[in-house]
Write a protein that binds this ligand. Structure first.
Ligand SMILES: C[S@@+](CC[C@H](N)C(=O)[O-])C[C@H]1O[C@@H](n2cnc3c(N)ncnc32)[C@H](O)[C@@H]1O
Length: 325
């Protein structure tokens, strides 16, 4: 058990009470480690937890499981040779619990083969298994560009200088049908200065040298630029609220978090307010906190109690209750 300490309150505004019924109803009598009006987090092996969730009840599963790394993280990593076999039962359960229009967004990093400057194919094999054996469709392969990624493995990148720095991690956007719920109008970027100028001046339809015909519609304001499949954002949030709150509360921060931008992008793209978003490898519960901020309900599972306890600092209402107790 972790000693009771003063947990700081967040300045951030927290959403109003939720739309829809409490998510805990989906798990019957199972007691969460903590809950908010919008969601609940469970400390358990998520494979058995997923099995308790009813069929076709979840809008979006968004997660980042332990990768098959050569340099293991403190929470343990599955060996490459066993990875596909390990992931498959999770994939089967996720497919079962998703609504027909639902999506499964899987963030997975690449890795080198042991003792060799060659890349493993494990994440591609995982994708093929999920599509060809479990039955998902590949809606789109997306990428998380983390400019803060360190050069590694040192042997190939900084010592022998035979490889370059990795820039992206894969984000497989999978769906239960070829037409999952999605709306890119919810994730538009601000127009570039050039585009703003063009919108002001107007655009004459013409045929590009490539043969593409650009119609007058191109010159009309659509509310913003359609984003690409490359999500750019570092995870070096050393000054973030989470890191600061963990330090003040005496918790160890989770060592492999993804940035808020990642769940935010897919939650907005793939769900409406009130939807249920689930993360079976929750870590610091960035997914749950982001979902709640966007007025979505959430469910999370994490096997390591210290990570789940620390994740409470992301929820000001819980932090406040603890501080009062
Ligand atoms: C890459 S981390 C997830 C980090 C998370 N996306 C975040 O931003 O904080 C993977 C997590 O999965 C957890 N984990 C591994 N196997 C699990 C299992 N069978 N059930 C639940 N959690 C598990 C690990 O303890 C680890 O915290």
């Amino acid at each position: 058990m972790i000693a009771r300490r003063n947990v700081p309150q967040s300045e951030e505004l927290w959403p109003e009470p939720p739309i829809g019924s409490p998510v805990t109803e989906l798990l019957g009598g199972l007691a969460p480690a903590y809950s908010t009006p919008w969601g609940a987090a469970y400390c358990c092996n998520s494979l058995s937890w997923l099995r308790a969730i009813p069929d076709a009840s979840i809008d979006l599963v968004l997660t980042s499981p332990p990768y098959a790394l050569e340099f293991k993280k403190e929470y343990g990593n599955v060996a490459k040779a066993k990875y596909v076999e390990w992931l498959k039962p999770f994939g089967n359960e996720i497919h079962r619990i998703l609504k027909p229009e639902g999506s499964f967004v899987l963030n997975i990093g690449g890795s080198y083969n042991q003792g060799s400057p060659t890349r493993s194919l494990y994440h591609f094999k995982a994708l093929i298994m999920l599509c060809e054996e479990v039955g998902f469709h590949l809606a789109q392969e997306c990428f998380w560009h983390n400019p803060a990624k360190l050069p590694s493995p040192a042997e190939w990148v900084t010592v022998r200088r035979q490889r370059v720095k990795d820039a992206v991690e894969y984000v497989w956007w999978l769906s239960k049908t070829p037409f999952p719920k999605a709306n890119n109008r919810n994730v538009l970027n601000e127009y570039s200065a050039d585009m703003k100028r063009l919108l002001k001046r107007g655009y004459k339809p013409k045929q590009r040298p490539s043969g593409h015909i650009i119609t007058a519609k191109f010159g009309s304001d659509q509310g913003g630029a359609i984003p690409s499949s490359l999500i750019e954002r570092g995870n070096n949030e050393s000054n973030s609220e989470y890191i600061r709150a963990c330090a003040e509360a005496g918790y160890k921060a989770h060592p492999a978090r993804f940035p808020r931008a990642l769940p935010e992008f897919f939650i907005k793209l793939l769900t409406d307010e009130g939807a249920i978003v689930l993360d079976p490898f929750a870590g610091s519960n960035m997914t749950g906190a982001t979902a709640e901020n966007l007025r979505r309900r959430w469910l999370a599972a994490e096997i390591k109690e210290p990570y789940l306890l620390a994740s409470r600092v992301r929820f000001p209402s819980i932090a406040r209750d603890r501080a009062k107790a």
